[in-house]
Design a protein. Structure first.
Lengths: 235, 112
């Protein structure tokens, strides 16, 4: 199958596709994240932008795509809404925005652990791009991601040759994605616990009320194994 | 919260291991009730420590950890039938969340 030389000319009047994210891991097959509906378009853009190797690889990777599952997105919401230091309410106006940022977060984390190069491509419309930028700006703090972002720049220079606002838009979204990923993967450490370890010592006894107002007494559970789980709260 | 949801999913296995799960946070009773209903799926009680008294006792306070308010460092502590700590796992950053496999491995190891 052949593809059009200038995919922007062919696609610029179409309905804007879902934002997609691509990651290329060192010494492994590239991974493309895209919705089922827009996978073909995402493949074209990946091929154009970074010389993505072949359609068969894309299909293979698609079957492995575990990032866009509703449950995975739900987990992401849970983690960053209830378990992190970021704002309590995520300001995403659509599941597509959330999916995009979730994919960025997932791929960044995955690639960081593998020491991989990252390639982010978003194919959002101008309106969506602007909204996306504002929505994920709250992520824009923290450290640089643990990946070789500098490798991106020479390759993305090819966007200069793309037509008008589309090329500008793509560069903008790429930068936005990089900003978001930088923040999502921030590893700002928690403070050290006042008691790092008390293994072998008697656990301090306590009484607390549960969600129903009943008093819980730790000592009442003597003779049983107990798993205390302190969570950060503010749900 | 991700970890708590996982505990809820694995509640049957916790029961098989004869382990009583006791989640604690600074959330007030209403929020604890929400967590009990929507996250814990009513499988286990959620304790409320709004003054962080118990959290301080265990040396797990994250001062001003949430918008200036004190909260707990995400921590899992295994206590044996004699009331002694057998394992303590304190998260070091936001993404540092122990997996269910890690937790259950440590429980089984302690129970050997």
């Amino acid at each position: 199958m052949t593809y059009p030389a200038n995919i922007w000319t062919k696609t610029r009047h179409r309905r804007p596709p879902t934002p997609s994210v691509t990651v290329e891991t060192t010494g492994a097959s590239p991974v493309v994240l895209a919705s089922q509906r827009h996978r073909h378009d995402a493949f074209l853009r990946a091929k154009e932008a970074i010389g993505f190797a072949g359609r068969n690889e894309f299909r293979t990777v698609e079957r492995r795509n575990r990032f866009a599952r509703p449950s995975a997105i739900h987990d992401f919401i849970e983690r960053y809404r209830m378990d992190s230091d970021v704002e309590r309410s995520l300001p995403f106006s659509s599941i597509e925005e959330l999916r995009c940022c979730y994919a960025v977060a997932s791929t960044t984390a995955m690639a960081s652990s593998a020491g991989a190069k990252l390639w982010f491509i978003s194919t959002s419309s101008t309106g969506n791009a602007s909204r996306l930028e504002s929505r994920i700006r709250f992520f824009a703090k923290g450290d640089r991601p643990h990946c070789r972002m500098r490798n991106l720049l020479p390759r993305f220079a090819s966007f200069e040759s793309m037509r008008g606002s589309h090329g500008q838009l793509l560069r903008t979204i790429v930068l936005v994605c990089l900003t978001a990923s930088s923040a999502v993967t921030q590893t700002t450490p928690y403070p050290k616990p006042q008691t790092p370890s008390a293994v072998g010592q008697l656990a301090p006894d306590f009484r607390l009320k549960n969600q129903g107002g009943k008093v819980f007494h730790l000592a009442a559970l003597r003779g049983h194994w107990v798993l205390l789980f302190f969570y950060r709260g503010y749900w | 919260m991700t970890e708590l949801r996982e505990f809820a999913r694995q509640n049957d296995e916790l029961e098989k291991l004869h382990v009583q799960l006791v989640p604690i946070s600074v959330d007030d009773r209403q929020h604890a009730h929400d967590v009990w209903e929507k996250v814990a799926e009513e499988n286990f009680a959620i304790l409320s420590d709004p003054g962080a008294t118990v959290i301080r006792k265990f040396g797990l306070l994250h001062e001003a950890g949430h918008g200036g308010a004190d909260i707990a460092l995400r921590t899992t502590i295994l206590i044996d039938p004699d009331g002694r700590e057998r394992w303590r796992r304190v998260s070091q950053s936001v993404p540092d969340i122990p997996s269910w496999d890690e937790t259950v491995t440590m429980i089984k190891k302690a129970q050997e």
